[in-house]
Design a protein around this ligand. Structure first.
Ligand SMILES: [Zn+2]
Length: 332
């Protein structure tokens, strides 16, 4: 503002000089010319300073705008990555998570010859030091509830559960839905045609590296043993009474020979159907290092294509299988 006042003052002086030039005789011209030059020089210097100050103001203004934009971006980032959403869960990008695992409890369904889940309370209550404390022991067979079959389960040199590469357990997945045929037929065998129908309907071949999820609808019966297994008897004699759908050995063979899948999962107690005697689908898949996820649930919440699976079993050294936490990641 100070410079502007000076500028006005100089302009007024110049105006006064011009008026005096018009009114006064030429003899005063020399002295008046030098006055004009001096005033003109001061004016030019001031004008340059004003331009420089304007440039400084511009730089300052853009710096402030940039700083505000960076702050806004940081705030948006913290909102999406840290703040809980309305349901109290942390957002997983723009994706939806579906839990495909049953809980472990005294209702958990095991193979009829396997030891069932047990949870023993070690302590639950207030301590004499003033804090609350809870701890339990649990025991379980490898093959019960939602679990994984490691390749060694039916293949002598197959991978143990701790040796299965994570790349086999995490990745893009597809779903074959046979529930309209299998839900009312406990001896239904999933056929090669069920896979080729999926390929015809979607217009693509089962992509390399897929995790294939088989939906029979049977998880709706869980944990009713009579409906889900076909029997609530236990022991060797109960094996012949098992009735639930599974993958036919022909379809297992077709998958291994014609497609390149990473893993397979089903919403029944076994990848082979209940009436199987030789567990051929287990042998075919596990001999090819394709692990199987069994006793899955919530498969009706999955699309036929375009989702991902994350399946993380307990890392038991040398294990033939293990309890499994498995989820699907859906894009909104
Ligand atoms: Zn198993």
């Amino acid at each position: 503002m100070e410079d502007r006042n000076k500028e006005y003052w100089i302009k007024n002086k110049l105006n006064s000089w011009l008026i005096s030039q018009r009114n006064n005789p030429p003899s005063q011209g020399v002295a008046d010319n030098s006055t004009m030059k001096s005033l003109s020089n001061r004016c030019t210097r001031l004008h340059k300073r004003t331009i420089i100050n304007h440039e400084k103001m511009k730089i300052y203004f853009y710096s402030v705008v940039l700083f505000v934009l960076i702050l806004a971006a940081c705030d948006t980032k913290s909102t999406t990555s840290q703040k809980p959403n309305a349901s109290g869960h942390t957002k997983f990008s723009k994706r939806k998570l579906v839990d495909l695992s049953h809980v472990f409890s005294d209702e958990t369904i095991y193979w009829v010859t396997a030891k069932e889940f047990r949870l023993d309370t070690v302590y639950a209550g207030q301590t004499d030091k003033g804090f609350y404390y809870s701890a339990n022991n649990f025991s379980t067979a490898e093959h019960g509830g939602t679990h994984i079959d490691a390749p060694i389960h039916f293949a002598k040199n197959g991978q143990t559960v701790d040796e299965i590469p994570l790349e086999k357990l995490i990745g893009s997945a597809i779903k074959i839905d046979v529930s309209s045929k299998a839900f009312t037929n406990p001896d239904y065998l999933i056929s090669v045609e069920d896979f080729t129908d999926w390929e015809e309907n979607t217009g693509i071949l089962i992509p390399d590296g897929s995790i294939v999820i088989l939906q029979t609808g049977f998880s709706k019966y869980y944990p009713d043993k009579i409906k889900y297994l076909g029997t609530d008897d236990r022991g060797e004699n109960a094996v012949k009474q098992l009735h639930f759908p599974g993958l036919s050995s022909e379809a297992a063979e077709w998958l291994v020979e014609n497609r390149n899948i990473h893993a397979i999962g089903i919403d029944t107690p076994s990848i082979d159907y209940g009436q199987s005697e030789y567990f051929k689908s287990h042998v075919i898949l596990l001999s090819n290092n394709i692990p199987a996820f069994e006793n899955l649930t919530n498969l009706d919440k999955l699309p036929l294509n375009g989702f991902e699976i994350i399946a993380l079993p307990m890392k038991i050294e040398g294990g033939s299988g293990a309890p499994l936490r498995i989820i699907a990641v859906l894009t909104d």
